[in-house]
Design a protein around this ligand. Structure first.
Ligand SMILES: [Zn+2]
Length: 88
């Protein structure tokens, strides 16, 4: 895996932790249950948007390209598309 892809992946996962820390445990648990029950897909996409705002767009793009080539292509439930990342 290219180092930029590793950075993109870590930035995404650390953003989840930061978001949960700011929300608090109970609110995060409630939101996760709500996402699970409703199939709402906003959390992964919102996490991608937040790391792009922090300057990790190139690394996130590298990760998505690597993932799409190595595994299944990302869908809207997995996060932003390559086109959406490039547009932000
Ligand atoms: Zn995620």
């Amino acid at each position: 895996m290219p180092i930029d892809a590793v950075v993109g992946l870590l930035a995404h996962e650390l953003q989840h932790i930061d978001t949960q820390r700011k929300r608090g445990f109970l609110i995060s648990l409630f939101i996760k249950m709500l996402y699970f029950l409703t199939g709402d897909l906003k959390e992964e996409r919102e996490t991608d948007k937040q790391i792009i705002l922090k300057g990790f767009a190139p690394q996130l793009l590298t990760f998505h390209k690597w993932h799409n080539k190595t595994y299944e292509k990302y869908t809207a439930k997995d996060g932003l598309s390559i086109k959406e990342i490039k547009e932000l």
